[in-house]
Write a protein that binds this ligand. Structure first.
Ligand code: TRP
Ligand code: ZN
Length: 915
């Protein structure tokens, strides 16, 4: 393989910076062909390094032209410094600096950059005519020479100069303190951010933007201006983000005691963005897909995503900005914690159990797969080549689960004490995950020594649990074993501290008092609890419960109290019992999933061995029960028979009426039978659809409503249940069902219902469906062609279709005039959707899907390495497929590896997945 310049960076090599930057003064002269950046850095040696006599100063910098460089006002000559592709180094600093009491010096630098040619979308670049920045993780070094590392924190004063007609709005971090105009149509604004920050939180925006403005009064009575900046055409899509922002501000005050600190908080929406959004201090920059929403153009799912991402970025103001990361190995310090915060926020805004079900499904499907693949890494990695590759599901999602476990172990009150201590102790600092854990320990008195292994050990632990009841002794023995598979670089694993939340249920489904042997009944402290959290800390442990009057059914890992694979030999009857009787809502859903998984696995085994079995009728019966509940509930609603508190959670019912996804089922196998899983699951679904045809139709009718669209929990739940029922109806592909579906497509007054119907039509296979589908797809495009986000949705609906001929349709979509390979949202909605979420066709035996992806990656790597590397994921999973597919996937990886000038991003992923 071609050796790229990529080298490995190790956590163990961390050293504090030799130099600090106290003040950063920047001036940007934005131009059409180039932009001039003038920086004045007030620097000094780091006094933390005793006797620090560093005499060489190395600054990071890439892809820029150095114009002038001076130190303390004296221009440096080329022999006094050197420049290469990644850096600027000043030699013999002492001599240059001259005498200066406090050791401070002023480094001034003028550089030229070309934002309009920047397709990587990091650093300063242009997106639909506006200038914007993305500096995390290491993009600032494409703007000017700097110490581009998160533990160098500076005050920033930024002046932006640009043509006034083209760029009437000029923004940066903090408060705007001065503005003025020059002759020749230029104007300028100076921004000052009083909070010291690392340069990855720097932001600049210049463009012809409009805003919706609001205010928020904080808990201490300060008034904050809130502004969301968008292109004029999108002004009608900002309300939801604004409401979400105010809810998030109130929630952080109430739940964490955290108040906003500047006088203004701004959000800017941009079309071209590598990720969801970015928490730049006081000036969050968002992918349009994560901020714009209105009922006509946006689905419920997207509404919820906007709420979550707005909150996530806002919460970073404390968990990320006021307290930041010492180095990028600590990324989960801010991301894991902030994802935990945003998921709790969403749980409080909507349905808590449904939110948990969604998060856990996502984690178990995608993060578990990552943790079992060649890019597996700990929540706090030990090494990386390209940090952009480490914005992963492990850092974010598993990191959030680790924080959630601390919350579980400490309890809400102690967790809050811990977070108060963390924020107070480390305000203004760049710290480590260890500092976070120490604060939690000190505030709560809980020993987290063993728990720390969650940060350093990769892989998904497997918990094997078995129970045994002794009627004579009235004891129940719960045996718990833990193992963890090897991951790259970690062949041997140590036991983890796993909080196992559980209860014991009697035959009526009532919780039995859980009294561990040795615990006395009458010491007030350890009153027998109904539900408790067991501390699993050893490879094998037996928990003995005393005074258990009958053989219980254990309800284990309630609320998914730890990110592990739970193995427990429940009978199908026990699963049905848990499904209906467990008082833990998450476990009711989980039991339903387990039952369906079990039945599907049995069907698949039969399918593979060429024998035929029919699905266990228990599953169909379970469906009938849920359907019945849903129908009775919907009837009660229709008749206003109960007060609304007694109504069922319709979003939860929709989840209970969904079979496990093909992706989740695939994750459960070492070798995935793509076609088999699809065939078996489809057949089962068709049978269930036929069996419960009448009930699904009845439910669909009952869930239709003339009420105006509201994106609240009740409305979202009602539409989810209705569209689930519609999906089951359409499975039969009868002309009646397809006509109902088409009618919903045509008449829908909101995008959720329209989108659901269009998806079903796009997947329908029958001849009768074909003209309806073609009509619907072209009408949809016709109507929404001027809404980029809706066009993306139109792309992805088609790329996801499981009808034959998927790849050629994807290629046709890429030739569509609305497609643009430079725009990450478009790449994700066509190439990403097909390769990551259309397994049936991506993994077509011919291998054409693999070759297609490799071709796209090679093109994209020259434009946007971050996106290219992310898109690679499905190919890296080659070990999970049969020998023939493995060969084909590997061959494509090798073809990519042989390209010259691979980016470090793609190089790292390809080389690690071929190891
Ligand atoms: N810090 C951002 C978040 O999670 C992530 C992010 C946004 C990012 N843009 C990026 C990470 C570009 C790497 C590259 O909120
Ligand atoms: Zn984040």
């Amino acid at each position: 393989m071609k050796e790229a310049q990529a080298s490995t960076i190790y956590l163990k090599d961390y050293r504090v910076p030799e130099f600090l930057i106290d003040r950063t003064e920047l001036r940007f002269e934005l131009g059409e062909s180039e932009t001039r950046v003038i920086s004045q850095l007030t620097m000094r040696r780091n006094p933390e390094l005793l006797g620090n006599a560093a005499n060489t100063l190395r600054l990071d910098g890439q892809e820029m032209e150095l114009v002038t460089l001076s130190l303390n006002g004296r221009q440096l000559t080329p022999d006094q410094y050197s420049v290469d592709d990644d850096s600027l180094t000043i030699h013999g600093l002492d001599a240059l600096q001259g005498d200066n009491d406090d050791g401070a010096f002023l480094l001034s630098c003028e550089t030229l950059i070309k934002p309009q040619e920047n397709t990587s979308l990091e650093g300063l670049y242009k997106s639909s005519g506006m200038f914007c920045t993305q500096c995390e993780a290491e993009g600032f070094r494409k703007i000017t020479y700097y110490l581009d590392r998160p533990d160098v924190m500076s005050e920033f004063i930024t002046t932006v100069v640009a043509d006034k007609a083209k760029y009437p709005v000029l923004l940066s971090n903090g408060n705007d303190i001065e503005r003025g105009e020059f002759e020749g149509g230029k104007h300028w604004v100076t921004w000052e951010d009083p909070f010291r920050k690392p340069c990855y939180l720097f932001a600049l925006v210049a463009g012809d933007l409009k805003s919706i403005d609001d205010q928020y009064t904080t808990m201490s009575g300060r008034t904050i201006d809130l502004r969301i900046f968008v292109e004029a055409k999108d002004l009608d899509k900002c309300d939801h983000a604004m409401v979400s922002l105010k809810n998030a501000m109130a929630w952080d005050e109430k739940v964490y005691g955290r108040e906003y600190d500047l006088d203004i908080f701004m959000i800017v929406a941009v079309d071209d963005f590598n990720m969801g959004a970015m928490e730049n201090k006081g000036l969050n920059i968002f992918n349009t897909s994560c901020v714009l929403a209105n009922p006509q153009t946006t689905t419920d799912t997207a509404f919820q995503r906007v709420e979550a991402v707005v909150a996530h970025e806002y919460f970073h103001n404390w968990s990320g900005n006021r307290v930041t990361c010492r180095d990028w190995f600590q990324l989960s310090l801010k991301e894991g914690f902030t994802v935990f915060r945003d998921s709790e926020f969403s749980a409080d805004m909507g349905s808590r159990t449904v939110k948990r079900v969604e998060d856990v499904s996502f984690l178990r499907t995608h993060q578990f797969a990552e943790d079992a693949g060649p890019m597996a890494h700990p929540v706090r990695p030990d090494s990386y080549m390209e940090i952009s590759n480490f914005y992963t599901l492990t850092i974010y999602e598993k990191g959030a689960e680790v924080v959630r476990m601390i919350h579980e172990l400490l309890g809400a009150e102690n967790f809050r004490k811990g977070s108060d201590l963390y924020f107070q102790r480390h305000d203004g600092q760049a710290v480590t995950t260890e500092d976070f854990v120490v604060a939690m320990e000190e505030a709560s008195g809980r020993d987290l020594t063993l728990f720390r292994r969650w940060y350093s050990q990769a892989g998904t632990p497997v918990l094997t649990v078995s129970g045994r009841y002794n009627s004579e002794e009235q004891e129940y023995h719960l045996r718990v074993k833990q193992t963890c598979p090897a991951t790259p670089g970690q062949p041997e694993k140590l036991p983890l501290h796993i909080p196992l939340k559980m209860a014991l249920l009697d035959s009526q489904g009532q919780e039995i008092a859980c009294q561990l042997q040795g615990e006395s009944k009458d010491t007030g402290e350890s009153d027998p609890q109904q539900e408790r959290v067991l501390d699993v800390t050893e490879v094998e442990q037996v928990f003995v419960f005393a005074n258990v009057p009958e053989a219980p059914v254990p309800s284990l890992l309630r609320g998914f109290s730890a990110p592990v694979k739970l193995q427990c030999d429940y009978s199908r009857d026990e699963l049905v019992f848990l499904m209906t009787q467990d008082s833990d809502g998450f476990n009711r859903w989980n039991a339903a999933q387990s039952l369906a998984v079990d039945v599907i696995q049995e069907l698949l085994q039969a399918h593979q061995s060429g024998s035929s079995v029919s699905a266990d009728p228990l599953l169909s019966q379970a469906f009938a029960d849920v359907l019945n509940t849903a129908i009775v509930d919907a009837e009660a609603r229709a008749n206003n028979a109960q007060d609304s508190d007694a109504f069922a959670d319709q979003a939860m019912l929709a989840k209970l009426l969904a079979l496990p996804s093909e992706a989740y089922l695939s994750e459960l196998y070492d070798v995935v039978d793509v076609d088999g899983i699809h065939a078996v699951r489809e057949r089962l679904a068709s049978d269930l659809a036929a069996t419960h045809k009448a009930a699904f139709s009845r439910l669909f009718e009952l869930c239709r409503s003339d009420a105006p669209y509201v994106a609240d929990a009740a409305g979202i739940g009602q539409r989810a249940l209705k569209n689930t029922a519609l999906a089951w109806m359409v499975r039969a592909e009868t002309p009646e069902a397809l006509s109902v579906c088409y009618a919903q497509f045509e008449q829908a007054e909101n995008m959720t219902d329209r989108d659901a119907a269009l998806r079903l039509l796009t997947n329908a296979q029958s001849d009768y469906a074909e003209p309806l589908r073609e009509k619907a797809l072209s009408a949809f495009y016709e109507q929404w062609q001027h809404e980029a986000l809706v066009v993306n949705q139109w792309f992805s609906i088609q790329a996801l279709s499981d009808r034959p001929g998927a790849l050629s349709r994807v290629k046709a979509l890429m030739a569509h005039s609305a497609f643009d390979i430079r725009n990450p949202n478009k790449v994700r909605s066509v190439i990403g959707a097909f390769c990551q979420h259309n397994a049936l066709h991506f993994h077509d035996r011919s291998g054409e899907g693999y070759a297609f992806l490799a071709d796209q990656i090679i093109v994209l790597d020259g434009l946007n390495p971050q996106i290219a590397a992310r898109l690679l994921t499905p190919l890296t999973r080659w070990r999970k497929y049969d020998a023939d597919r493995q060969e084909k996937m590997k061959a494509e990886l090798q073809r990519i590896a042989q390209q010259s000038d691979l980016s470090p991003d793609v190089y790292e992923v390809v080389s690690k997945s071929l190891k």
